[in-house]
Every structure is written in C-alpha cells, then in structure tokens.
Design a protein around this ligand. Structure first.
Ligand code: SF4
Length: 275
C-alpha cells in the first residue's frame, strides 16, 4: 500500500462513518483524496434531482432560520417536492421552533480528538430553558429505523461533540449529557421525527469509541477492502477496487439505509441562494 501524500488533520461524522464502513474507502477518500466519480446509484437522473432538491431545501430552511421572511422563501420552493417539504417544515416550525432563546442554524463545533480535531456542522442547535436540541433535516424517501439512526456516527458524534465543545452556548459551562437531545426531522414524514435523548453513560460510550477510532486511524498501516460486498454496490470506488461496475439500486439502498452519505449535505458544496 503506498504512503498517503495528504496529512489528515480533522475528522468528521462522514469520515468516521466511512472508516467504520470500509477502511479502504476511508483511505481512498480522505488520505489519497481520490476523485473517482462513478455513479453510486441508479436511476441516476432521478437520484441526482432528489439530492439537489435536498440540498436546496436545507438552504431554504437555513435562510428562514436567519430571518428571511417565509413568504420570500415559499416563492423559491418551486418543485413539487420542495413545496411539500417547505409546507411540512412551516407547520413543524410553527409548533416546535417557537420562542427559542438561542437558535443557531449551521453551527460549527470542533474539539481535539487524539491527533485530530473533530468537526461537525449542525443544521440547527436550539437552546431553551437549559436544554439543547440538535435538529437535523432529512429528505429521505423512506423513514429509516430508529435503531439504524442510533448507530450512525452522526448521532454519536453530534451529541458527544456538543457536550465537549458547546460550553459557549451554555453560559460558559459544558452541557450535561442529560440536557441534550438530537432530533432527526424527515421532510417527507413530518409527523415521525426520530428523537435521541442523551445520558452520561451514552456520552462515555460515544467518546470512548471516538478516541479509539482516532487512535486506530492515527496508527493504521493497512487498509483492507471490506468483507461486506453489499457496501461496494453503492460505493463510488467499486470499479477502482474491482468490486463491480454496476451502480446499486437507490430504492434498495434507501430500504437498507446503507448509503446515508449519498444524501447528507455538504454545505461547502452548496452555492448561496440569491434573495
Ligand atoms: S468498493 Fe468496496 S472495498 Fe472498495 S472502497 Fe468501496 S466499499 Fe470499500
């Protein structure tokens, strides 16, 4: 295995999820920075459109949360999906996001983790009455199981990092884990949010795991291909790894929810929307 040219300095829920799913994918994506734009899912155009709408929806919500009037934003929700998601979000926000004393859309937090900095960008952190709620908007076409979400690195990283890096949001005192809850809100399933409260025991389990993973990453010398070939069907590197050329079926992927990273939003890649 050749030595990587790039020096990795930060870890995120995405890179850690890749590491957990397949260490080879982690190496190709984050150490080698290998661009290998294979189609990840079929049918391609439909999935690309859905992903673009998901990105646009995140931007609309962010603009709303920083104070752009809802009627201006409604005019930009110009596809049937966007209209439906926006209407659902309006109903949700009028009942669940009112009178928040401290509302931070797209907050970025970071903290040291072993040799790295752990970094996370949140859709929204809302603080009220000493409680911090992490919101994450999802535009999945299927509602994933709570057990699957609970095990995701995103759920573990976002809550643990808020404990370790959120003291400026709590009058200079770290949040107790019991003050924190994470809510995934699904634009297509607005009445079925997934809620994940937190406890000191969860926090210890999560942070211990993050430290262990960062130590492993820092000392890794071998990056074998995953034994779970199902992961390869939706992986951009599958032909590079000689694990097949045909893209996996999107419907199957969402049913199994094996490919969240395909739909998670990278805000650095989203252009500003002009109002
Ligand atoms: S194709 Fe399979 S083995 Fe190769 S990086 Fe992707 S998941 Fe890992």
């Amino acid at each position: 295995m050749k030595t990587s040219f790039f020096q990795l300095t930060t870890l995120s829920q995405s890179s850690l999820q890749d590491y957990v799913d397949c260490v080879r994918r982690f190496k190709l994506r984050y150490l080698d920075r290998l661009s290998y734009p294979a189609i990840e899912t079929e049918p391609t155009l439909e999935n690309e459109k859905h992903q673009q709408e998901g990105e646009y929806f995140h931007r609309l919500v962010q603009q709303y949360l920083i104070g752009i009037p809802a009627e201006h934003i409604a005019r930009l929700a110009n596809t049937s999906n966007l209209q439906k998601w926006w209407n659902n979000f309006q109903s949700f926000s009028q009942t669940s996001l009112v009178n928040l004393s401290n509302c931070l859309p797209e907050a970025t937090l970071s903290a040291p983790l072993g040799n790295y900095r752990l970094l996370a960008k949140y859709d929204l952190i809302a603080v009220q009455d000493g409680k911090a709620t992490i919101y994450d908007w999802k535009t999945y076409r299927k509602r994933p199981r709570n057990e699957w979400l609970a095990a995701r690195m995103q759920t573990r990283v976002y809550r643990a990092l808020l404990v370790n890096a959120g003291m400026h949001l709590n009058n200079g005192k770290p949040f107790e884990p019991e003050q924190i809850e994470m809510i995934y809100w699904f634009a297509d399933f607005p009445e079925e949010p997934a809620r994940f409260p937190y406890t000191a025991a969860h926090f210890k389990r999560d942070w211990d795991l993050l430290v262990k993973l960062s130590d492993e990453i820092a000392s890794a010398t071998a990056y074998p291909l995953t034994d779970d070939r199902q992961k390869c069907a939706f992986c951009t590197y599958r032909s590079y790894c000689e694990r097949g050329v045909r893209a996996g079926d999107m419907e199957q992927a969402e049913t199994e929810m094996e490919t969240e990273e395909l739909f998670d939003i990278n805000f650095e890649q989203i252009g500003e929307i002009a109002f």
